[in-house]
Design a protein around this ligand. Sequence first.
Ligand SMILES: Nc1nc2c(c(=O)[nH]1)N[C@H]1C(S)=C(S)[C@@H](COP(=O)(O)OP(=O)(O)OC[C@H]3O[C@@H](n4cnc5c(N)ncnc54)[C@H](O)[C@@H]3O)O[C@H]1N2
Ligand code: MOO
Length: 390
Amino acid sequence: MISVAEALEHLFALVRPLETETVPLREAAGRVLARDVAATRTQPPFDASSMDGYALRSAEVEPDAMFKLVGEAAAGHAFHGTVGPGQCVRIFTGAPVPAGLDHVVIQEDVTRRGDLITLNGDMDGKDNIRPAGGDFSAGDVMDAPRRLSPTDIALLAAMNVPEVPVTRRPVVAVMATGDELVMPGETPGPDQIIASNSFGLAAMLEAEGAEARMIPIARDTTASLTTAFGLAAGADLIVTIGGASVGDHDLVAPVADTLGMQQSFYKVAMRPGKPLMAGRLRDAAMIGLPGNPVSAMVCGKIFVTPVVRALLGLRAEPARTLQAQLAAPLTPNGPREHYMRAVLAEDGLRAFDNQDSSLLGILSRANALIVRPPHDAGRETGETVSYLPL
Ligand SMILES: Nc1nc2c(c(=O)[nH]1)N[C@H]1C(S)=C(S)[C@@H](COP(=O)(O)OP(=O)(O)OC[C@H]3O[C@@H](n4cnc5c(N)ncnc54)[C@H](O)[C@@H]3O)O[C@H]1N2
Ligand code: MOO
């Protein structure tokens, strides 16, 4: 059995970043910027006032100095006249500072009578001017790859980039398999259950920026699985769920083999998720997840999500772990890397007693997976351990 890190390397070797497409700025949030984008303008494009007040010459600023008002500059309305000695211009936040002037006194520091202002005695000395290019200059770049956040969108707008090059969304076929499964909303037979993890995985993939294509549930027959693989054609990634173990009805690998899958690995030293499988099937990467609901969701987090990120052109790297103290002890770990469902509260991390890989209720209450290396010794309360936030 290979380690989780080795399995991830094998998975990254199965995929390449997808092509670039251009989308309107309004549709770019959450997408991955595919190449560096340069500002087409300088911001601010002129020296701008940062306050409402009076623009004048700094050399003339002294307590009780008087100035004559000769005009007004507002945002979007520059003052184009000339300003002589002892003169000032009424100015508002965002307005261009008139030529020859280099200081804005805020209106709170001024006494005004008609067209005359007098500076107060205790001014703070700031010039209240935002220099041209103080934010960015034409040609400055936003570097790729990156997932575009709302603040990135604001910056791109300011850079006057109305069309954004992004990586195409990966199409991921999600294929639940099993005679026991029916869809949510249907009435299951006495020996049936509702397909669940396929919906969780589709949600996880979409949150990551992929387009999830739900394949109708495949039955545990060669014919049904073959049909389902046919419906997955054209996807960038095929994720099967269930039928991955060693039972007589675990047919996913044999059917995929028949269809020409080149297997990369089978079985990973982890818990849950041991019977994980991966390879290439036609033009797609394929990941075969174990059917147990928690196993499938944990493998989604550990493997599928990083692969989707790699397809999007983001750095191929494992899900990032954080560190926290334990609020309760842990018994020694076995030979497989263990992802323990846990709650992180103010006093630290506490693993659930029951770590059975079928329990979605516990997974839903968990907000962290404690990551235990193989053969990790028992851990005491207060010790620092790694975890993945959920
Ligand atoms: N003799 C052995 N038996 C098993 C082994 C083993 O090493 N030797 N491994 C166990 C482990 S670990 C896991 S994990 C499971 C994985 O089995 P499969 O991937 O073949 O999954 P299934 O048998 O199809 O299903 C397992 C379990 O999960 C339920 N399931 C499946 N798909 C869904 C779905 N979409 N939504 C909700 N629930 C689903 C299914 O009904 C089963 O209860 O094998 C162990 N056995
Ligand atoms: O790997 Mo299984 O996922 O332990 O239940």
